[in-house]
Design a protein around this ligand. Structure first.
Ligand code: ATP
Length: 299
């Protein structure tokens, strides 16, 4: 007799090391245990233990810390391809009933995809960026965004309806958890709340490694660049800002090879370009000048 194949949760060619997310290992594994572990157990055990799969995850925290990156990687991990990310405000329509219809359609699409692939297929996910735009506290008086309570109600109803369809997972992202209607954050809905905060020094080192991996591989990073030193100097930087710092240091290096004259051109030594420590320090100075950080904030 043929054994029923186990549910594949993680794509066979997926590698955690390839995710390109720095400093969020603890968050990732916590989320995996909380939100996905139940799905790798045999359904009979899940039933006997009375376990209900998690239907929704909320990733929250300041902008640029890797929420979208994390949601995207989870999508790839589960389905082996780039997931579709729905932008909260995109769902909204000025036409009566259209926003609700847009939400309904997202669920229909996910359900259809699931049915087409059959039961053994992986999880289907719906990712909402800027969830706060569509899930404001209902009845809030200072809500002049035109988002009616009915949009929130529709999402709640759809999430509750996912009950029969165990293979849909919703990931919401927001910078403003406080703005989200509480009903959406209750058990059975988006019950796993994961804070994605600013990276610590070790996290920043990981992120620096990720963002310099390409210039390093291509041999255009000078040996005098010390990532440990840079991790210490980038306190309070988000992942996005660290990415920006590396890009800006690289453009400093490029600029050294630009000859500005009557006929602007590239210096003949441009091929030997290296991004060095001074480029990073210049890029850091620029950030400090723009944001006016004082020295004591840096230690
Ligand atoms: P927002 O709330 O503005 O959407 P976000 O938290 O979703 O912010 P991302 O869009 O994931 O942030 O991050 C923007 C970019 O910053 C990423 O594409 C990536 O290049 C870089 N980045 C942010 N966080 C990290 C991280 N932890 N590791 C590696 N790169 C990161």
């Amino acid at each position: 007799a043929r054994k029923k194949a186990a549910v594949t949760l993680i794509q066979p060619n997926f590698k955690f090391e390839d995710m390109g997310i720095g400093g969020l290992d603890a968050e990732f594994s916590k989320m995996f245990r909380r939100a996905f572990a139940s799905r790798i157990f045999p359904p009979s055990l899940v039933e006997r233990a009375g376990i209900q799969h998690v239907k929704g995850i909320l990733l929250y925290g300041p902008p640029g810390t890797g929420k979208t990156l994390m949601a995207r990687e989870i999508g790839k991990m589960l389905n082996g391809r780039e997931p579709k990310i729905v932008n909260g405000p995109e769902v909204l329509s000025k036409f009566v009933g259209q926003s609700e219809e847009n939400i309904r359609k997202l669920f229909v699409d996910a359900e259809t995809e699931y049915k087409d692939k059959g039961e053994d297929s992986s999880l289907h996910i719906i990712i909402f960026d800027e969830l706060d735009a569509i899930c404001k506290q209902r009845g809030s008086k200072n809500d002049n965004t035109g988002v009616g309570d009915s949009v929130v109600n529709q999402l709640l109803a759809k999430m509750d309806g996912v009950e029969q369809l165990n293979n849909i997972l919703i990931i919401g992202m927001t910078n403003r958890k406080d703005m989200i209607d509480e009903a959406l954050l209750r058990p059975g809905r988006m019950e796993v709340h994961m804070e994605i905060g600013l990276p610590d020094e070790n996290g920043r080192l990981q992120i620096l490694k990720i963002h310099t991996s390409k210039i390093k591989e291509n041999n255009i990073m000078d040996e005098d660049v010390d990532l440990i030193e840079l991790a210490a100097l980038t306190k309070n930087f988000t992942g996005a800002e660290i990415g920006g710092l590396v890009r800006s240091a690289t453009s400093f290096a490029l600029n050294r090879h630009v000859k500005v004259g009557t006929l602007a051109g590239v210096a003949p030594d441009a091929e030997d370009m290296k991004v060095n420590r001074a480029d990073f320090m210049g890029a850091l100075d620029e950030v400090h000048a723009a944001f006016g950080s004082s020295e004591e904030e840096l230690d």
